[in-house]
Design a protein around this ligand. Structure first.
Ligand code: SAH
Ligand code: DHB
Ligand code: MG
Length: 221
Protein backbone atom coordinates (compact mmCIF):
# COMPACT_ATOMS: atom_id res chain seq x y z
CA UNK A 1 0.00 0.00 0.00
CA UNK A 2 1.40 3.33 -1.01
CA UNK A 3 0.72 6.90 -0.02
CA UNK A 4 -0.16 7.50 -3.66
CA UNK A 5 -2.94 4.94 -3.52
CA UNK A 6 -4.29 6.59 -0.35
CA UNK A 7 -4.35 9.91 -2.21
CA UNK A 8 -6.09 8.42 -5.24
CA UNK A 9 -8.74 6.81 -3.05
CA UNK A 10 -9.18 10.08 -1.17
CA UNK A 11 -9.71 11.89 -4.49
CA UNK A 12 -12.30 9.23 -5.45
CA UNK A 13 -14.12 9.65 -2.13
CA UNK A 14 -14.25 13.42 -2.49
CA UNK A 15 -15.32 13.29 -6.14
CA UNK A 16 -18.15 10.85 -5.43
CA UNK A 17 -19.41 12.10 -2.09
CA UNK A 18 -18.67 15.79 -1.66
CA UNK A 19 -20.25 18.58 -3.70
CA UNK A 20 -17.85 20.47 -5.98
CA UNK A 21 -16.69 23.43 -3.95
CA UNK A 22 -14.88 26.24 -5.80
CA UNK A 23 -14.89 28.44 -2.68
CA UNK A 24 -12.94 25.88 -0.67
CA UNK A 25 -10.52 25.50 -3.60
CA UNK A 26 -10.01 29.27 -3.54
CA UNK A 27 -9.48 29.17 0.21
CA UNK A 28 -6.69 26.60 -0.17
CA UNK A 29 -5.16 28.52 -3.08
CA UNK A 30 -5.23 31.79 -1.14
CA UNK A 31 -3.67 30.10 1.89
CA UNK A 32 -0.88 28.60 -0.24
CA UNK A 33 -0.28 31.93 -2.01
CA UNK A 34 0.15 33.57 1.41
CA UNK A 35 2.77 30.99 2.36
CA UNK A 36 0.72 29.02 4.87
CA UNK A 37 1.78 25.38 5.32
CA UNK A 38 -0.47 22.75 3.66
CA UNK A 39 -1.50 21.15 6.95
CA UNK A 40 -5.23 21.80 7.06
CA UNK A 41 -7.53 18.79 7.29
CA UNK A 42 -8.37 17.09 4.00
CA UNK A 43 -11.74 17.73 2.34
CA UNK A 44 -13.00 14.29 3.41
CA UNK A 45 -11.89 15.00 6.97
CA UNK A 46 -13.47 18.46 6.92
CA UNK A 47 -16.73 16.86 5.86
CA UNK A 48 -16.35 14.37 8.71
CA UNK A 49 -16.01 17.27 11.17
CA UNK A 50 -19.13 18.87 9.68
CA UNK A 51 -21.04 15.60 10.09
CA UNK A 52 -19.91 15.35 13.72
CA UNK A 53 -21.11 18.93 14.32
CA UNK A 54 -24.51 18.09 12.84
CA UNK A 55 -24.69 14.80 14.79
CA UNK A 56 -24.24 16.58 18.12
CA UNK A 57 -26.54 19.42 17.04
CA UNK A 58 -23.72 21.88 17.66
CA UNK A 59 -24.59 25.55 18.13
CA UNK A 60 -21.31 26.53 19.77
CA UNK A 61 -18.00 25.14 18.53
CA UNK A 62 -14.50 25.80 19.84
CA UNK A 63 -11.56 25.28 17.49
CA UNK A 64 -7.96 25.50 18.70
CA UNK A 65 -5.69 26.14 15.67
CA UNK A 66 -7.26 28.10 12.79
CA UNK A 67 -4.49 28.31 10.15
CA UNK A 68 -6.23 29.61 6.99
CA UNK A 69 -9.66 28.63 8.32
CA UNK A 70 -10.26 25.62 6.07
CA UNK A 71 -11.59 23.37 8.87
CA UNK A 72 -13.36 26.38 10.41
CA UNK A 73 -15.43 26.81 7.24
CA UNK A 74 -16.63 23.18 7.33
CA UNK A 75 -17.57 23.63 10.99
CA UNK A 76 -19.27 27.01 10.48
CA UNK A 77 -21.36 25.69 7.60
CA UNK A 78 -22.63 22.88 9.84
CA UNK A 79 -24.04 25.39 12.34
CA UNK A 80 -27.56 26.77 12.51
CA UNK A 81 -28.04 30.44 11.60
CA UNK A 82 -27.34 31.68 15.14
CA UNK A 83 -24.42 29.29 15.77
CA UNK A 84 -20.81 30.31 16.31
CA UNK A 85 -17.30 28.89 15.94
CA UNK A 86 -14.81 30.43 18.33
CA UNK A 87 -11.44 29.73 16.71
CA UNK A 88 -8.06 30.39 18.31
CA UNK A 89 -4.93 31.31 16.35
CA UNK A 90 -1.57 32.55 17.63
CA UNK A 91 -0.06 33.66 14.32
CA UNK A 92 -1.34 37.07 13.16
CA UNK A 93 -0.58 36.34 9.51
CA UNK A 94 -2.49 33.05 9.60
CA UNK A 95 -5.37 34.92 11.26
CA UNK A 96 -5.36 37.62 8.60
CA UNK A 97 -5.49 35.01 5.82
CA UNK A 98 -8.25 33.16 7.68
CA UNK A 99 -10.30 36.35 8.03
CA UNK A 100 -10.19 36.91 4.27
CA UNK A 101 -11.14 33.26 3.74
CA UNK A 102 -14.13 33.56 6.07
CA UNK A 103 -15.36 36.52 4.02
CA UNK A 104 -14.75 34.53 0.82
CA UNK A 105 -16.85 31.66 2.18
CA UNK A 106 -19.59 33.98 3.46
CA UNK A 107 -19.36 32.66 7.02
CA UNK A 108 -17.58 35.58 8.75
CA UNK A 109 -20.74 36.29 10.76
CA UNK A 110 -20.55 32.86 12.39
CA UNK A 111 -16.87 33.03 13.34
CA UNK A 112 -15.28 34.58 16.41
CA UNK A 113 -11.53 34.56 15.67
CA UNK A 114 -9.26 35.23 18.66
CA UNK A 115 -5.65 36.05 17.84
CA UNK A 116 -3.39 35.07 20.74
CA UNK A 117 -1.73 31.95 22.12
CA UNK A 118 -4.56 29.57 22.91
CA UNK A 119 -3.30 29.04 26.44
CA UNK A 120 -4.03 32.74 27.05
CA UNK A 121 -7.42 32.79 25.31
CA UNK A 122 -8.82 29.64 26.93
CA UNK A 123 -8.97 30.98 30.52
CA UNK A 124 -10.36 34.22 29.09
CA UNK A 125 -13.18 32.27 27.41
CA UNK A 126 -13.99 30.65 30.74
CA UNK A 127 -13.99 34.05 32.48
CA UNK A 128 -16.37 35.38 29.81
CA UNK A 129 -18.69 32.42 30.33
CA UNK A 130 -18.26 31.56 26.64
CA UNK A 131 -18.89 27.87 27.26
CA UNK A 132 -20.13 25.27 27.30
CA UNK A 133 -19.21 24.30 23.76
CA UNK A 134 -20.98 21.42 22.00
CA UNK A 135 -17.92 20.41 19.98
CA UNK A 136 -14.23 21.17 20.45
CA UNK A 137 -11.65 20.61 17.70
CA UNK A 138 -8.08 20.56 19.01
CA UNK A 139 -5.61 21.12 16.15
CA UNK A 140 -2.81 23.53 17.17
CA UNK A 141 0.67 22.96 18.65
CA UNK A 142 0.81 19.30 19.69
CA UNK A 143 3.04 19.70 22.78
CA UNK A 144 0.20 21.72 24.39
CA UNK A 145 -2.47 19.06 23.71
CA UNK A 146 -2.76 17.96 27.36
CA UNK A 147 -3.37 21.60 28.38
CA UNK A 148 -5.91 22.03 25.58
CA UNK A 149 -7.73 18.88 26.66
CA UNK A 150 -7.81 20.20 30.23
CA UNK A 151 -9.39 23.48 29.02
CA UNK A 152 -11.70 21.71 26.60
CA UNK A 153 -13.12 19.77 29.55
CA UNK A 154 -13.59 22.94 31.58
CA UNK A 155 -15.48 24.47 28.66
CA UNK A 156 -17.63 21.37 28.05
CA UNK A 157 -20.92 19.88 29.24
CA UNK A 158 -22.03 16.24 29.31
CA UNK A 159 -22.47 15.28 25.65
CA UNK A 160 -19.75 17.58 24.29
CA UNK A 161 -17.62 15.91 21.63
CA UNK A 162 -13.91 16.70 21.70
CA UNK A 163 -12.02 15.83 18.50
CA UNK A 164 -8.24 15.92 18.52
CA UNK A 165 -6.26 15.84 15.25
CA UNK A 166 -2.88 14.25 14.54
CA UNK A 167 -2.86 11.60 17.24
CA UNK A 168 -1.03 8.95 15.17
CA UNK A 169 1.60 10.85 13.14
CA UNK A 170 2.90 8.03 10.92
CA UNK A 171 2.73 5.68 13.90
CA UNK A 172 5.31 7.68 15.84
CA UNK A 173 2.81 7.86 18.70
CA UNK A 174 3.79 4.40 19.96
CA UNK A 175 7.45 5.38 20.43
CA UNK A 176 7.69 5.62 24.22
CA UNK A 177 11.35 6.71 23.93
CA UNK A 178 10.58 9.62 21.61
CA UNK A 179 12.03 12.98 22.58
CA UNK A 180 9.95 14.78 19.93
CA UNK A 181 7.85 17.27 21.92
CA UNK A 182 4.83 16.68 19.64
CA UNK A 183 4.94 12.91 20.14
CA UNK A 184 5.38 13.38 23.89
CA UNK A 185 2.44 15.81 23.95
CA UNK A 186 0.20 13.42 22.02
CA UNK A 187 1.19 10.49 24.26
CA UNK A 188 0.37 12.56 27.36
CA UNK A 189 -3.03 13.28 25.82
CA UNK A 190 -3.71 9.53 25.57
CA UNK A 191 -2.54 9.06 29.16
CA UNK A 192 -4.89 11.83 30.33
CA UNK A 193 -7.87 10.70 28.23
CA UNK A 194 -7.43 7.08 29.29
CA UNK A 195 -7.78 7.80 33.01
CA UNK A 196 -10.18 10.79 32.97
CA UNK A 197 -13.52 9.41 34.20
CA UNK A 198 -15.46 12.18 32.41
CA UNK A 199 -14.26 10.94 29.01
CA UNK A 200 -15.33 8.02 26.86
CA UNK A 201 -12.46 7.91 24.42
CA UNK A 202 -11.19 6.25 21.28
CA UNK A 203 -8.89 7.08 18.40
CA UNK A 204 -9.31 6.23 14.73
CA UNK A 205 -6.32 5.82 12.41
CA UNK A 206 -6.65 7.47 9.00
CA UNK A 207 -4.87 7.35 5.64
CA UNK A 208 -5.50 9.65 2.70
CA UNK A 209 -4.38 12.94 1.20
CA UNK A 210 -2.83 13.86 4.56
CA UNK A 211 -0.80 10.66 4.85
CA UNK A 212 -1.08 8.30 7.83
CA UNK A 213 -2.48 9.92 10.95
CA UNK A 214 -5.61 9.81 13.12
CA UNK A 215 -8.24 11.52 15.22
CA UNK A 216 -9.04 11.02 18.88
CA UNK A 217 -12.77 11.15 19.66
CA UNK A 218 -13.55 12.05 23.26
CA UNK A 219 -17.11 12.16 24.50
CA UNK A 220 -17.70 14.08 27.71
CA UNK A 221 -19.87 12.28 30.31
N1 SAH B 1 -7.42 23.49 11.89
C1 SAH B 1 -6.71 23.94 10.69
C2 SAH B 1 -5.23 23.60 10.75
C3 SAH B 1 -4.52 24.17 11.95
S1 SAH B 1 -2.75 24.05 11.76
C4 SAH B 1 -7.33 23.26 9.47
O1 SAH B 1 -7.49 22.02 9.52
O2 SAH B 1 -7.64 23.92 8.48
C5 SAH B 1 -2.26 24.55 13.36
C6 SAH B 1 -2.42 26.05 13.65
O3 SAH B 1 -2.23 26.25 15.05
C7 SAH B 1 -1.40 26.95 12.94
O4 SAH B 1 -2.04 27.98 12.23
C8 SAH B 1 -0.57 27.52 14.08
O5 SAH B 1 -0.14 28.87 13.86
C9 SAH B 1 -1.56 27.47 15.22
N2 SAH B 1 -0.91 27.48 16.53
C10 SAH B 1 0.29 26.97 16.87
N3 SAH B 1 0.55 27.19 18.17
C11 SAH B 1 -0.53 27.83 18.66
C12 SAH B 1 -0.87 28.34 19.95
N4 SAH B 1 -0.03 28.22 20.98
N5 SAH B 1 -2.06 28.97 20.11
C13 SAH B 1 -2.92 29.10 19.05
N6 SAH B 1 -2.64 28.64 17.82
C14 SAH B 1 -1.47 28.03 17.63
C1 DHB C 1 1.11 19.55 11.37
C2 DHB C 1 0.05 20.06 12.09
C3 DHB C 1 -1.24 19.62 11.85
O1 DHB C 1 -2.29 20.08 12.54
C4 DHB C 1 -1.46 18.68 10.86
O2 DHB C 1 -2.75 18.28 10.64
C5 DHB C 1 -0.42 18.18 10.12
C6 DHB C 1 0.87 18.62 10.37
C7 DHB C 1 2.48 20.01 11.63
O3 DHB C 1 2.64 20.90 12.49
O4 DHB C 1 3.39 19.52 11.00
MG1 MG D 1 -4.02 18.95 12.24
Amino acid sequence: MSARLWEEVDAYIVERLLPADPVLEEVLAASAAEGLPAISVSAAQGQMLAIFARMVGARRILEIGTLGGYSTIFLARALPEDGVVVTLEADPHHAEVARANFARAGIAGKVDLRVARAIETLPQLEAEGAGPFDLVFIDADKPSNPDYLHWALRLSRPGTLIVCDNVVRDGRVIDAQSTDASVVGVRRTYDFAGVEPRLTATAVQTVGAKGYDGFALLLVE
